[in-house]
Design a protein around this ligand. Structure first.
Ligand SMILES: *Cc1c(COP(=O)(O)O)cnc(C)c1O
Length: 351
């Protein structure tokens, strides 16, 4: 028993979500270092400068950097800055902005409508962008203005550089800005072995929401504008939305810790490797199959309700909210022994 009287079995590693994990050592150490003495508030501190510069170094460009508390805010405020209330935002039907943000993108943009396309393997296609952008030209329909894609996607796939170029070309052909929900951006970089610059501004992405929480931080996402004009007054938008941290150094320091040490990439590489390791073993089990390609740190396992229920009864937690399959997510600290235990239980339960 620990001080909070939480029993040990409730602290054991689960793979229901990558945000079940704690804070990685590099982020934690930076927060501890930032916890010395007094500094100015609201981002006027050395840690915020240091984090912003670490982003500029990593992305090899002079981008504008804003730190907010979570991904819903990052996405919603970024999309609001790219659109007027009468505009439309093209996204896939599996997009977090559509399925998991409680209407925040529409709320913060004062009414921009999400224009939803059917995703294949979690991805938006250039064809669906053309279709939605050209569908209506009349005054009665919201004017398409932005495309948003998720990298890595909600189903664990990753857009290749070629796919990004094609999406960007389709967007530009219709005069649409391109936003990227990168709550698992690091996992995409790790999977493709390409630089953050190549996967964003060099591929035509205008704004990136870079996820820190699922990468090993306690809390925090960064909004990166690669075109200074689009960042105009974004600081006011954040403040109005309750997203300006007064003790900003504690959002900034873990970013400095992650980026300067390279942990952001190592964490993602480990998480991806664990997903692949798990998927390979589960693939050999009868009555169970892997749906959706495993590019990043997510694995979807399809099995009968009876099998999944038996796995649950053995104490494993997982969600089935996307298409009915069991989703397993691997975090920066995924433990191979726990993965082996899960595989072994799935094998037993599938008999
Ligand atoms: C987790 C996640 C977010 C961020 O969600 P918050 O709970 O608001 O931090 C955004 N997009 C995707 C695809 C996610 O998985």
């Amino acid at each position: 028993m620990n001080a909070l009287n939480i029993s040990p079995e409730n602290l054991v590693q689960q793979f229901a979500s990558d945000n079940y994990a704690g804070i990685c050592p590099e982020a934690w150490a930076a927060m501890e270092e930032a916890n010395r003495g007094h500094v100015s508030a609201y981002g006027e501190d050395p840690w915020t400068d240091r984090a912003a510069n670490a982003f500029r170094d990593l992305f090899e460009t002079d981008c504008d950097v804003f730190l907010v508390f979570n991904g819903t805010a990052a996405n919603s405020l970024a999309l609001a800055s790219l659109s007027q209330s009468y505009h439309g935002v093209i996204c896939s039907d599996t997009a977090h902005v559509e399925t998991d943000e409680c209407g925040a993108p529409e709320f913060f943009s004062n009414g921009s409508k999400l224009l939803v396309a059917r995703a294949v393997d979690g991805k938006l296609s250039p064809e669906s962008i053309h279709e939605l952008a050209a569908k209506r030209q009349d005054i009665h329909y919201p004017k398409p203005r932005v495309v948003t894609i998720t990298q890595s996607t909600e189903t664990g796939t990753v857009y290749t550089a070629d796919e990004l170029h094609a999406i960007s070309a389709a967007s530009k052909a219709h005069g649409l800005s391109l936003h990227m929900d990168g709550s698992r951006f690091a996992n995409a970089c790790a999977h493709l072995g390409l630089s953050p610059a190549e996967l964003t501004w060099k591929s035509g992405v205008d704004v990136l929401c870079f996820g820190g929480t699922k990468n090993g931080m306690a809390v925090g996402e960064a909004v990166l504008f690669f075109d200074h004009r689009l960042a105009t007054d974004f600081d006011y938008r954040c403040k109005q939305a309750g997203q300006l941290a007064s003790k900003m150094r504690f959002l900034a320091a873990p970013w400095a810790g992650l980026l300067e040490s390279g942990a952001w990439l190592r964490n993602a590489q480990h998480a991806n490797r664990c997903a692949t390791y798990f998927a390979k073993q589960v693939a050999g089990i009868p009555n169970v199959s892997i749906v959706s390609p495993v590019d990043a740190n997510t694995v979807f396992v399809e099995a009968s309700d009876e099998i999944l229920e038996r796995v649950r009864q053995r104490g494993w937690k997982f969600y089935t909210f996307i298409g009915g399959a069991a989703r397993f997510m691997f975090a920066w600290d995924a433990d191979l022994a726990r993965i082996d235990a899960l595989v072994s239980d799935i094998r037993d339960c599938a008999r």
